[in-house]
Design a protein around this ligand. Sequence first.
Ligand code: ZN
Length: 389
Amino acid sequence: MKARRIPVDTAHTSTVTFPSGIFSLERDETFPYERFAYNLLDVGVEALHEKNLPESLTIDFAQIPSNASPWTINSSILIQFGTTGLPTAFRFHTPELVPSILYQLVVTVISDFLDEKGFDKFRRRPGILEETLQRFVHGADAGIRAYRERGIGHAIRASYNHLGLTMSQLKECGLDYDLIAKQIAYHEIAHAYVEQMTSQLRPTQSERRSFELVADLVATQWMYQKMIANTPDTSEYRRVAGLNSYAETILANTVRTLRAQQGLLIVMALAGAQRSQGSVTLAGGKTHPSGVQRFLLQHTHLYTLIRSNFSTVLSQNQFDQVDADWDERVEVLIRSGLLPVRDIQTALDETECETAGLAAELVEKRNIKELKGILPLLRSIRNYKKQEQ
Ligand SMILES: [Zn+2]
């Protein structure tokens, strides 16, 4: 058995606000909301406790943000201060259709892309990735039309009907959705955990941009811990997983988690397309660094953690399998245009390199001990540009 984690006792409470209408739907239609909330709380309570912050999270799936549509893929975490000036609670928001839209995206596109067999069609013809994305977009559009006419319950139902989603997909794709939701949830909680909003040192605009990288990397660390490092070395676990050795279970969980990062890249590309009204983009902006840089840094951090902690568990041959698996999926992402070549080129321009350099400074200044190991890499990105000039 895996050792249970230490309980946290706290007088604080947490709240989840769901649009009530989703509970008039079926299990696979409410699941994306419940699971998203669970992932936020699962990592959030422990993380806030560790930093002596109030273990009080309000998760709000029912608000329509003033600056976005109910289907705009983004999320944020805000802090509330009491009359004494001390933090009292954290509020997580995402536009109300987003958990459902992410689930629809996973079922129609991402799950096959991450699956061993399902990936075959993309391997044979990378262009299919864009076609399946189109199918997803039509399904989401059906939901948006119904949303405008009748509301969220009918919106979700209309998309599911359009895409032909049934309960069986929940079994097949539930885990993949969970991995996507975890990465987004962990990233938001990480913003609170690194004390971006609670420290006396108020971040500047460029520091806020660098904090996105910092939050990504802390979230990656947590993914590594949960998905790979915590893999039980027991016959019971191996029996359930249908695998024969500890090395095989580590390999399977490694591949799954690295692929999940590629799944998140598809989400980011799509969010970019929403922002730019059509064309897929991973370019950085005023508030966020380049998506390509975020993707590559998260990958490198996760891969390095696995390489340095499991070099005696996994054989060279198994590491070669991990590398080949990553490479062939990235190739499809590039060939299908989801990882645009122009964005790969600009991922290392001056601003982006400086963002990584500033992230290194933040890790040091704010003493984020989990990320000390990645300091040399962050610094080398800043120096890379300097050397080139
Ligand atoms: Zn963020």
